[in-house]
Design a protein around this ligand. Structure first.
Ligand SMILES: N[C@@H](CCC(=O)N[C@@H](CS)C(=O)NCC(=O)O)C(=O)O
Length: 205
C-alpha cells in the first residue's frame, strides 16, 4: 500500500502519524506528491487532487484522512486510537470533531497567505477565521485538562496536535494562541514528545 501526501498538509500529517503509531511503515510506503499544479501526475492516482490518499493493494484509492486513519487503526483488528462504538465514544468524537473544525478553519486562513498575494487576500475571511480560531483555542485551553486529551494517544489528540504543533512559524503571524493559554501551550509541548509527532513536523511552504 502507498500513502500519498505533501510534507506540509496537516491532514496528511494526521494519516502519517497514525501510520507510524500503528507500526505500518513496512506495509504502507509513503510518497511525497505535489498538489495544486497543472498536469499533475498525482491526478491519475487521486482525481480529486487532495492529500492524503491511500492506494490499496487492489488499486482502490481511499481519500479523507478520517477514512484512512480508521482503516490503518482497524487493519490489525485491534483499533487503539479510535473511540468505542456507541454512546461510550461520544466524548472522544465530540473533541475530535471540534479539533477538526479548528483545523478546517486554520487551513482556510493559511491558504489566504500561501496562495494569494497580499493585494487580493480577503480581510473578511482572515478576520472570520482568526476569530473562530481564537474562540476555539480558548475552549481547548480548558479541554486539554480533560481525560480524552490527557489520557493515552487517540484520534482527538492527534487531530489537535496537527492544529497547533510544529506550525508556530508556518502560518500567519497573528495566530497568537500561546498568549495566556498556558495549559494549551504545555499540552502542545507534551504531545510533541511522541516520536510520531516529531517525525512528521510539517515542512514549511
Ligand atoms: N477533508 C480532507 C481535507 C484534505 C485537504 O484539504 N487537503 C489539502 C492539503 S491541506 C489538499 O489536498 N489541497 C489540494 C487541493 O485542494 O487541490 C481530509 O481530511 O483529508
Amino acid at each position: 500500500m502507498k500513502l500519498c501526501s505533501t510534507l506540509g498538509s496537516p491532514y496528511g500529517r494526521i494519516a502519517r502519524i497514525v501510520r507510524l503509531e500503528k507500526g505500518l511503515e513496512d506495509r504502507v510506503s509513503f510518497e511525497v506528491v505535489r498538489t495544486r499544479i497543472e498536469n499533475n501526475p498525482y491526478y491519475d492516482v487521486n482525481p480529486s487532487g487532495r492529500v492524503p490518499s491511500l492506494v490499496l493493494e487492489d488499486r482502490r484509492v481511499l481519500e479523507e484522512s478520517t477514512l484512512i486513519c480508521w482503516y490503518f487503526d482497524n487493519i490489525d483488528g485491534n483499533p487503539t486510537l479510535h473511540p468505542a462504538d456507541g454512546m461510550l465514544g461520544l466524548e472522544a468524537r465530540r473533541i475530535e470533531a471540534m479539533a477538526r473544525s479548528m483545523l478546517d478553519g486554520t487551513s482556510l486562513w493559511w491558504r489566504e497567505y500561501l496562495y494569494r498575494p497580499p493585494e487580493i487576500r480577503s480581510d473578511k475571511i482572515i478576520k472570520h477565521e482568526r476569530q473562530r480560531a481564537m474562540r476555539l483555542a480558548d475552549i481547548f485551553e480548558k479541554e486539554v485538562q480533560n481525560e480524552i486529551l490527557s489520557g493515552p494517544l487517540n484520534m482527538a489528540q492527534i487531530t489537535l496536535a496537527c492544529v497547533f504543533h510544529g506550525r508556530e512559524d508556518a502560518g500567519p503571524d497573528d495566530f497568537l494562541w500561546q498568549e495566556r493559554r498556558t495549559y494549551l501551550r504545555d499540552w502542545v509541548e507534551r504531545i510533541g514528545h511522541h516520536t510520531s509527532i516529531q517525525q512528521t513536523v510539517p515542512a514549511h511552504a
